[in-house]
Design a protein around this ligand. Structure first.
Ligand code: CIR
Length: 261
């Protein structure tokens, strides 16, 4: 029986030169283009090392944040959902991704009102958490919940902690019973019933990791988080993300992943 994270395929988008103008919540200098290209290439290599067939889409220069393909869309077995990203500069991304997903998924659904980013959606075996954030509003969360219910999922709308970009900036699936989360999110109680691994306080930026099959992709910058995750039975693929992190990148948001039928 395949596990939730036993994916076979992924889509990513190669960064264009405009990526250095990507949004960032806390300001700060532009990242280096050369650095981002190298880190993105290492990310794609890690997905391939984890066993995925990866399709690399061409850059979209008009959309500096378009490498974060999991914000304008979500994918589930047999169905893709086109979302409506909450950042105005990202509003056109879903329409450009739609044909790519229509060629791969039987059903392509679309959010009919409000705003929601895929980064606010954490899929667990029995629930799909939708985080309310500066990018995902109540109307969008409710519209997404209706679509998920129609696909047979059990959506749960929760609060993303203040000052956190997305729910998955602060939490990640480790396995079907286990979540990695910042202390604030762990203590909020939303993950009651799951095993929760709390990220060390000085490594909160390491709460976003990506489970793919028997591998976990994570940042090379957080050794204490890596020590905690080393006991989880997955092989750690630690990669550099110092440049791409300047535009608030996470490992989950840079790909769409699914298991081919
Ligand atoms: C943004 O602010 O939209 C991008 N610079 C970063 C998006 C990262 N996505 C994610 O955490 N799901």
């Amino acid at each position: 029986m395949p596990r939730l994270f036993d994916f076979t395929d992924a889509i990513v988008r190669r960064p264009g030169a405009s990526v250095v103008h990507g949004l960032r919540a806390c300001g700060g200098p532009d990242p280096s283009l050369v650095g981002i290209l190298a880190e993105h290439a290492a990310y794609v290599a890690a997905l391939r090392d984890a066993g995925l067939a990866v399709t690399v889409l061409d850059p979209l220069e008009d959309f500096p944040d378009a490498i974060f393909v999991e914000d304008p869309a979500l994918v589930f077995p047999g169905a893709a959902i086109m979302l409506n990203p909450g950042a105005p500069s990202r509003a056109g991304e879903a329409a450009l991704l739609r044909p790519v997903l229509a060629a791969r998924f039987e059903q392509v659904l679309g959010l009919d009102e409000g705003h929601a980013d895929g980064g606010d959606v954490l899929v667990m075996p029995d629930k799909v958490f939708i985080g309310l954030s500066a990018r995902t509003d109540r109307t969008g969360a409710a519209a997404l919940a209706r679509l998920l219910e129609g696909l047979g999922y059990n959506p749960v709308i929760a609060e993303t902690p203040p000052d956190v970009l997305h729910l998955k900036t602060a939490s990640s699936l480790i396995d079907e019973e286990t979540v990695l989360a910042t202390r604030t999110l762990a203590e909020s109680g939303i993950f009651a019933g799951y095993r929760v691994i709390a990220v060390p306080e000085d490594e909160e930026a390491g709460a976003n990791v990506l489970r793919v099959g028997d591998h976990l992709i994570l940042s090379s910058r957080f050794p204490r988080t890596a020590d905690l995750l080393d006991r989880c039975g997955a092989q750690l693929l630690r990669i550099a993300n110092a440049e791409i992190e300047k535009i608030d990148a996470g490992f989950t948001c840079m790909s769409l992943r699914w298991r081919a039928a």
